[in-house]
Design a protein around this ligand. Structure first.
Ligand code: FES
Length: 145
């Protein structure tokens, strides 16, 4: 992990406001931002651990634990809430009991008028997702795994 961090630090060493790009790169490389990375980032950027942790936890995008084999983002922003995303998220939480597929909230996927919206593995977007449609998509995902 340290080699990965050092390569990322070297890439951003002279960049103003490097904290977010560094966090993005770490998550891209490792799948999440491990707790052990926080003091290393703080040291590199001459910030306190609390400052790094504060930014890390402020943005829902950053994971602090390894992702599942598949990640399903369920939009929880207002327009999707108005179209039933809360019920969909509750359904997804009960449906995704296996460790291979994890659900994470996201705040707008750009499909606001045709929500509730989800995104699978940061690739494919799906609109007007009902619990039944969600189950069908998860079955397809499990078959492909
Ligand atoms: S509010 Fe859900 S896609 Fe925009």
């Amino acid at each position: 992990m340290l080699n990965t961090l050092n390569a990322i630090f070297a890439k951003h060493r002279h960049q103003p406001g490097a904290l977010l790009p560094i966090l993005h790169d770490i998550q891209h490389e490792l799948g999440y931002v491990p707790d052990l990375a926080v003091p290393e980032i703080a040291k590199e950027l001459n910030l306190s651990r609390a400052e790094v942790h504060g930014v890390l936890t402020y943005y829902h995008h950053f994971r602090q634990s390894p992702p599942g084999k598949h990640v399903v983002h369920v939009c929880c922003a207002e327009a999707c809430q108005a179209n039933g995303s809360e019920a969909l998220a509750n359904h997804a939480a009960t449906r995704l009991l296996s460790g291979d597929i994890k659900m994470e909230p996201v705040y707008c996927l750009g499909l606001c008028s045709i929500g509730p919206a989800i995104q699978i593995d940061e690739l494919k977007l799906h609109a007007r997702v009902t619990p039944e449609k969600f189950d069908k998509l998860m079955q397809e995902l499990e078959v492909r795994s």
